[in-house]
Design a protein around this ligand. Structure first.
Ligand SMILES: C[S@@+](CC[C@H](N)C(=O)[O-])C[C@H]1O[C@@H](n2cnc3c(N)ncnc32)[C@H](O)[C@@H]1O
Length: 283
């Protein structure tokens, strides 16, 4: 990353993930972009090759992580009655729209770097989706002062008297562990003020199989160059991930393996142990 506090090079990847959600019937036409469609077609041969060789591809784990996070949000709303959600690094994710459709009284705030937040807000405004209970706001998880900091956004958009759900999907692996630790520690402190709050995210474990490991490292390094970031695999296994998150200030952490949801959710299956995990951390 040229300037360690500028991560805007990552933003275009949201167009690809946005296209994956759209192609799989999870999104809305208002969030489909022409660049996303182009990237989707460009990636198709690579995705097919990876499926053949490794028994899974980018689209497999994107859908696994996305639908498991959705499932855990639904559970928290139904079982705990949580009624406010902050989705950081929302990109073109349709989650906010879907949540608002299913839960009309839910307070949903989507947040991203200023340019991406403006882009998302324009698209949602054009179809009359925004209002008091569905907002888009700028944030920069690396900011340490000013109105874009995590602390300022939480204070501005959430009700301080009630627990909330925070999501980061497709964000943390673009940063080395020591950088994202800073964000996690700050989030842990913010959530500690509201016991019962939940943080949902995903992480990628380095596979043991040497061929897949090598291929993955090469793809991560290419993605890092394209996004001017340091794409990182933070953990070797579930236990290490759990312990690490606990040490950042989340007293209760669960690490979910997509394989445990194969019979419950309409998610694609990986041929081997999936290498994505969904993290559920509670205050
Ligand atoms: C891979 S996309 C994921 C988008 C969306 N969550 C999804 O899964 O479709 C990564 C997102 O992170 C956002 N991002 C990058 N750096 C950020 C930062 N410092 N603070 C907040 N968001 C950031 C990008 O703008 C982009 O929308």
């Amino acid at each position: 990353m040229k300037n360690p506090s500028d991560s805007s090079g990552i933003s275009f990847t949201a167009l690809y993930t946005g296209a994956v959600w759209h192609q799989n019937g999870l999104s809305d036409d208002s969030l489909a972009t022409s660049q996303g469609r182009w990237l989707y077609h460009l990636m198709t041969p690579f995705e097919a090759a990876s499926q053949l060789i490794a028994g899974g591809n980018l689209r497999t784990f994107l859908l696994q992580r996305h639908l498991i996070i959705d499932h855990l949000i639904e559970r928290a709303i139904k079982e705990q009655g949580i009624d406010q959600v902050l989705e950081i690094a929302c990109g073109m994710s349709p989650r906010g729209l879907r949540l608002r459709q299913h839960h009309p009284t839910l307070h949903v705030v989507e947040a991203d770097l200023p340019d991406m937040a403006a882009r998302k807000a324009l698209r949602l405004m054009a179809t009359n989706r925004l209002g008091q209970h569905h907002q888009v706001t700028p944030i920069d998880i690396l900011a340490e002062t000013g109105e874009y900091t995590l602390e300022a956004v939480v204070e501005r958009v959430l009700d301080p008297g009630k627990p909330f759900i925070v999501i980061t999907e497709g964000l943390t692996s673009y940063f080395p562990l020591k950088v994202i630790d800073g964000f996690w520690q700050r989030l842990g402190k913010v959530m500690a003020k509201q016991p019962g709050s939940i943080y949902l995210s995903e992480s990628y474990l380095m596979p043991q199989q040497p061929l897949i490991r090598g291929g993955l490292k090469a793809s991560a390094s290419l993605l890092g160059r394209m996004t001017r970031s340091q794409v990182s695999f933070h953990f070797e296994d579930d236990e290490q991930a759990r312990e690490h998150l606990e040490n950042q200030g989340f007293p209760e952490v669960r690490v979910h393996n997509p394989a445990d949801f194969y019979d419950l959710l309409p998610i694609p299956r990986s041929r081997q142990d999936p290498f994505v995990r969904v993290i559920e951390a509670r205050s």
